[in-house]
Design a protein around this ligand. Structure first.
Ligand SMILES: [Zn+2]
Length: 336
């Protein structure tokens, strides 16, 4: 069996002909296996969805309980047979519930890793290396310029700024699923025990994390209805980056604009976005993590998707690995 007989690109996404299922399809299909809850991977309207319990819960929170015709929860490491094809889910270290999906058939193993990172993250299970013949990797930050510093060092920058400017509020942009909760947890781990103020768009998902045993400390709504601007002096406020241009952001006193993203490595990007305090915190592997992970899987063939495909394909070829870009469309990660 050739790898492309087991998984191939279709307009809807990655498809398994013998198993008759899709992985992270971008449009509605009969059977979808979903790696994680970010909106470009987890879409509503499939007839049946197989995913981890957390990913199913997150999809229900975002799309409503009827987001799919039927759902099945996959326990990590459990093998499930779909038309004779064995599939299993393994932690990806990206966000809560995120999983790589291993597909095995006739002695061939392909791992579709979805989005992943190797840096420690106290809000989700750590990435597990799954030996395979073909490894499908993301390439969001697949250029040598992307090297993510330890996330706790970046949080240290934020806390020093809060200390230095006690009269100003600190407005931290972070994606609502995963990044925001990671920033909250990192602040707690660094000893920050004051309330953290959050935008309404991240309240339910943060509550869900807390309910899953991830202690984010005291979270308060970032609203001024009951008080005044001065209430937020010295406060840390976390909101989705898209809200920073809104009226919402103007209620805070002389805010220090901050943004937690792997893209903050690019100074120009931070400047253009008006980001005063860039924090290089990413939920995707950097160049070194991607390269190390590919080697650790022992795969002899690598398929590269969503991001800087060409650079990583070239690196694989120099390492003597067969590699190709998958050219899947529709993945523009919300959680970078
Ligand atoms: Zn993602």
């Amino acid at each position: 069996m050739r790898p492309s007989d087991l998984l191939c690109s279709r307009p809807q996404g990655l498809y398994c002909p013998p198993g008759d299922f899709f992985i992270d399809p971008v449009s509605p299909v009969d059977r979808a296996l979903i790696t994680h809850g970010h909106s470009d991977h987890a879409r509503s309207g499939h007839r049946s969805v197989l995913a981890t319990r957390e990913t199913l819960d997150i999809m229900a929170l975002r799309y409503g309980a009827d987001f799919a015709g039927s759902t099945q929860a996959a326990a990590l490491g459990e093998t499930i047979s779909l038309n004779g094809v064995a599939v299993s889910f393994h932690p990806a270290g990206h966000v809560l519930g995120s999983a790589q999906i291993a597909v095995k058939h006739n002695g061939l193993t392909i791992v579709a890793s979805g989005d992943y990172k190797r840096q420690p993250d106290p809000t989700c299970a750590a990435f597990e290396v799954v030996p395979c013949d073909v490894f499908i990797t993301e390439a969001t930050f697949a250029l040598p310029v992307f090297r993510h510093p330890p996330a706790q060092d970046e949080i240290g920058k934020l806390l020093r700024s809060v200390e230095q400017f006690p009269e100003r509020s600190h407005l931290v942009g972070a994606y609502a699923l995963g990044k925001a909760q990671r920033v909250m947890r990192l602040l707690r781990d660094a000893g920050y025990d004051k309330p953290i103020y959050i935008h309404g768009a991240m309240a339910r998902i943060s509550d869900y994390y807390q309910g899953q045993g991830i202690d984010l400390g005291q979270l308060e709504p970032a609203t001024v209805e009951a008080g005044g601007k001065a209430d937020f002096a010295g406060a840390i406020v976390i909101g989705p980056p898209s809200t920073f241009a809104d009226r919402w952001a103007r209620r805070f006193p002389d805010p220090v604009s901050s943004f937690a993203s792997g893209w903050m490595r690019i100074r120009q990007r931070a400047k253009q976005g008006g980001v005063e305090l860039p924090l290089i915190i990413s939920d995707h592997g950097d160049w070194d993590e991607l390269a190390a992970t590919i080697k650790e899987t022992g795969a002899s063939e690598v398929w590269v998707t969503h991001g800087r495909e060409e650079a990583l394909v070239r690196w694989c070829e120099l390492e003597g690995l067969a590699a190709k870009p998958l050219h899947l469309i529709g993945y523009e990660d919300e959680g970078q």
